[in-house]
Write a protein that binds this ligand. Sequence first.
Ligand code: ARG
Length: 272
Amino acid sequence: MYGPGYTPRRFLMCPPAHFRVTYSINPWMDPDKPVDLPLALAQWEELRDRYRSLGHTVEELEPLPGLPDMVYSANGAVVVDGRVLGARFAHRERTDEAAAHREWYRANGFTDVQEPEHINEGEGDFAVTDSWLLAGRGFRSSPLSHGEVQEFFGRPVIGLDLVDPRYYHLDTALCVLGGNEIMYYPPAFSPGSQAVLKRMFPDALIAAETDAEAFGLNSVSDGHHVFLPQAAVGLFDPLRERGYEPIPIDLTELLKGGGSVKCVTAELRPAV
Ligand code: ARG
């Protein structure tokens, strides 16, 4: 039905019922800028329904009052081969989200759920390719978490240094399209990490600044469709040229918290 790379996915999303911008823990968050909550909910529902209409399963995590960033469900865990390594948040404001995620996994049939020792913000800083886990550090996840993640999943972890506070999580600057194919924004990374990425992914799609600023790398790919912020127009044709189908998504309200499509979508990767 879709391209050869397509596989149906299972996602975990959390409705933005309590979404607010009441504090600022990244440069995109301005507590003085009002959030239109009904619009945030409508935009979020549209993304969820889009996933479902294209063959994906979307599970919902119950939002908790007092945890306005809980909508960014990608930060709550890393799930690979059906095994779950929970998160440990860098900021006190988000600390309590981690337990809610662990509880959800335990209540939903995941038997191997581990609370981590070191700070890691889940898929915010860990991206899964066929061969490696790519891991961000510098702003949120501790460099020590990289070793912990490698040991837990038994997959090679490639550490990457993030250097621009606007791109504070790996998933704001890099996206896995399928297999070992990625797109990324080089200036978000240190010179050494840029060289590593170039060596590992010589054919990567390189994003321009305007598309990175529009959160174009904060995207979700199912191997055929790439769900991405609609303002990242410069990525549409390069994606099509590679055989992907861009699915533009309007998530402007959730951008006010410093996140977009990928941040609100945790992927539950099954055991194979
Ligand atoms: N306000 C949230 C924070 O700063 C946004 C998280 C975005 N999530 C992501 N996966 N990048 O923690």
